[in-house]
Design a protein around this ligand. Sequence first.
Ligand code: NAG
Ligand code: NAG
Ligand code: NAG
Ligand code: NAG
Ligand code: NAG
Length: 147
Amino acid sequence: MALLFVLFILHSLSIYVNGCNTTYTATSGNITSPNYPDPYDTNLYCTYELYSPTGEVVELYVDFVDLECCVHIHQCDYIQIYNGSSADKNQRLREFCVNTRVNFSSEKLFIVFISDIQSGNKGFSMHYSRKMNNSLSRVNNQRKENK
Ligand SMILES: *[C@@H]1O[C@H](CO)[C@@H](O)[C@H](O)[C@H]1NC(C)=O
Ligand SMILES: *[C@@H]1O[C@H](CO)[C@@H](O)[C@H](O)[C@H]1NC(C)=O
Ligand SMILES: *[C@@H]1O[C@H](CO)[C@@H](O)[C@H](O)[C@H]1NC(C)=O
Ligand SMILES: *[C@@H]1O[C@H](CO)[C@@H](O)[C@H](O)[C@H]1NC(C)=O
Ligand SMILES: *[C@@H]1O[C@H](CO)[C@@H](O)[C@H](O)[C@H]1NC(C)=O
């Protein structure tokens, strides 16, 4: 029983260190693959959930991708971006494994990172930030009205 508990703690700790399966709710931050820029582990299924607790739109920017990428994308390592808080196939925005600079914006975003039995690549680096509610454009509009 005690051994199980210790194993459980170690398991939780490894998840934490790994950064796999994390929810991000800060105003802005970075999201990287486990161990980045050192090679990520094999056989990963990592999910990253992003949303603003105050309801603003979150913008996600993909900065760097180095994955073991195959022509048949599902045979090797890849990233999926979903609109929402789960891997709902109908809400998939994009799926990729090549180095691509794209951005996404929604109130909720869900990232899935999958690796196969081989490793050696660096992984990915992304950053996100909240798109502030229209206060700025509201101010600008008011200025226009005041003219
Ligand atoms: C995110 O990464 C950038 C550069 O890669 C760094 O300057 C910044 O401090 C990082 N932000 C956080 C919250 O770690
Ligand atoms: C992350 O969550 C998935 C289920 O969504 C699970 O299969 C996987 O083992 C988890 N990864 C880690 C490192 O905890
Ligand atoms: C920002 O806008 C969203 C949707 O328009 C709203 O639900 C949310 O409460 C707003 N947040 C703040 C802090 O005003
Ligand atoms: C995300 O889903 C919401 C509704 O669930 C929709 O209003 C919004 O347009 C979608 N955004 C994208 C980028 O598909
Ligand atoms: C986000 O990507 C779109 C194209 O999908 C582009 O038009 C827009 O300028 C980008 N926004 C930023 C802030 O990079």
